[in-house]
Design a protein around this ligand. Structure first.
Ligand code: 1BN
Ligand code: ZN
Length: 335
C-alpha cells in the first residue's frame, strides 16, 4: 500500500526548513522494519567481493544489483569522523582528501581545484570526481559533500558530510573495474557545500557552483542525464523528504526505485523545498534530485550540532539509501 504523502503549504514549508524544525509528527517506520541485508564490514581496504550483476527482468541490467553493505559504509563513516571536523582549509579536510584518493586507486579521478572567495576569506577547494565508464553515451552523476561546517565548534558531521562521503566510497567499490552496461557514472565528492557564515546564494555550494560553470563551458552539462545528490542519508530514523526544487520526473524515479525495493515508507512522507548542492545544476538545466533527510532527531535537533555523531546513524539506513541510488541509476538507464 502506498504511504501517506503529505504536502504542506509553501509558507509552512519555508518555515519548517528555515528553522530546521521539520515536523516529526508524521507516522514513520523504523529502519528495523526495512529489509536491507546487513553484512559484516570487511576489515581491509580491498573492495568486498565483486557483486553479481544479476539482470533485473523488467528493464535490463545497466547497473549492479542493489546490494550495498551497510556495515561497510558505517565503517567508512567512522574512519571519516575520526579525522575530526573537516572544514575547507583545515588539516582534517586535507587528510580526508588523501583518504578518498587512497580508496580510488586504479580509478580515473579528476581533481577540480579552485579558490573560493567566502565572507571570511579565500579558501582552497577541490571537487573530487571519479569516473566509471559505461557503454551508453551519457553520464549519470552521483554527488555528495565531504566538507563540514566551518564555524561550528566540536562538530564532526557523521551524518552531515560523513554519510555522503562514505556512501560514495561504497558506490565506488561497486563500480570499480567494470565497464557499465548503461551510462557512465561519475561519483563527485563536492567541496564547500556548507555556508561559512550564513546560507545565501553566494555563501553556500561553492563546489557545485564551480562545477556547473565548468561543465557548462566544456560541454559536459549536455551529456548529464541525471544528477543524483545524497545528503544526510544515514539517520537511523531514515525519512527522506520529497525535495520540491528537484526535477519532478527524477524525483518520481527515486520514489519508484524506493518502491521497487520495498523501502517506500522511508521516502516522501512529506514535501519540503531545500537548497543544496543540486541547485547550481538545476540552474543550468541539468535534471537533478536531492535525496536528503533533514529531519535528524526530534525537530532536527542533531543538525549542525555536536550531536551529529555516528551513534545516530544505522547501517540499515546507509544500505537503504545506497540501494535506492543504485536502483535509481538502473531506472534512469532504462528510461
Ligand atoms: C544540508 C546539510 N544543507 C546544509 N547542510 C543544506 C541546507 C541549507 C538545508 C539550508 C537547509 C537549510
Ligand atoms: Zn550541513
Amino acid at each position: 500500500m502506498k504511504p501517506r504523502r503529505i504536502s504542506f503549504s509553501p509558507l509552512v514549508l519555508c518555515l519548517l526548513v528555515l528553522v530546521a524544525g521539520v515536523s516529526s509528527g508524521c507516522s514513520k517506520q523504523t529502519p528495523s522494519e526495512a529489509s536491507a541485508e546487513i553484512k559484516p564490514a570487511a576489515t581491509t581496504n580491498a573492495p568486498l567481493a565483486t557483486p553479481a550483476v544479476t539482470p533485473l527482468t523488467d528493464s535490463g541490467s545497466a547497473a549492479p544489483k542493489p546490494d550495498i553493505n551497510g556495515n561497510r559504509v558505517m565503517q567508512y563513516v567512522k574512519e571519516i569522523v575520526a579525522f575530526g571536523g573537516r572544514p575547507p582549509g583545515s588539516p582534517a579536510h586535507a587528510k580526508l582528501e588523501q583518504y578518498i584518493h587512497s580508496k580510488l586507486k586504479g580509478v580515473d579521478v579528476e581533481n577540480d581545484t579552485f579558490t573560493a572567495k567566502t565572507p571570511v576569506g579565500t579558501f582552497p577547494m577541490n571537487n573530487i570526481i571519479a569516473k566509471f565508464p559505461g557503454k551508453k553515451d551519457g553520464i549519470i552523476v552521483v554527488a555528495g559533500h565531504y566538507d563540514t561546517v566551518y564555524h561550528l565548534k566540536n562538530f564532526v558531521g557523521a551524518n552531515d558530510g560523513g554519510s555522503s562521503t562514505a556512501l560514495l566510497l561504497a558506490l565506488g567499490d561497486q563500480f570499480r573495474g567494470k565497464t557499465l552496461d548503461g551510462y557512465s557514472v561519475w561519483l563527485v565528492w563536492t567541496d564547500g557545500e556548507e555556508a561559512f557564515v550564513k546560507w545565501t546564494d553566494t555563501d553556500s555550494v561553492y563546489g557545485t557552483r564551480h562545477l556547473a560553470q565548468k561543465w557548462q563551458r566544456d560541454g559536459t552539462a549536455k551529456k548529464i542525464k541525471a544528477f543524483i545528490l545524497i545528503d544526510m542519508i544515514g539517520d537511523a530514523d531514515l525519512d527522506i523528504q520529497q525535495e520540491t526544487n528537484s526535477t519532478p520526473w527524477l524525483s518520481e524515479l527515486v520514489y519508484q526505485a524506493a518502491t521497487n525495493l520495498g523501502y517506500q515508507s522511508h521516502f516522501y512522507q512529506y514535501k519540503a523545498p531545500i537548497e543544496d548542492d543540486h541547485m547550481p545544476l538545476l540552474k543550468i538545466g541539468v535534471p537533478a534530485v536531492d535525496i536528503i533527510d533533514l529531519d535528524y532527531g526530534y525537530n532536527n535537533v542533531f543538525w549542525h550540532t555536536p550531536q551529529d555523531t555516528v551513534d545516530k546513524l544505522s547501517p540499515q539506513s546507509l544500505a537503504i539509501s545506497g540501494d535506492v541510488v543504485l536502483e535509481t541509476i538502473r531506472l534512469v538507464n532504462a528510461r
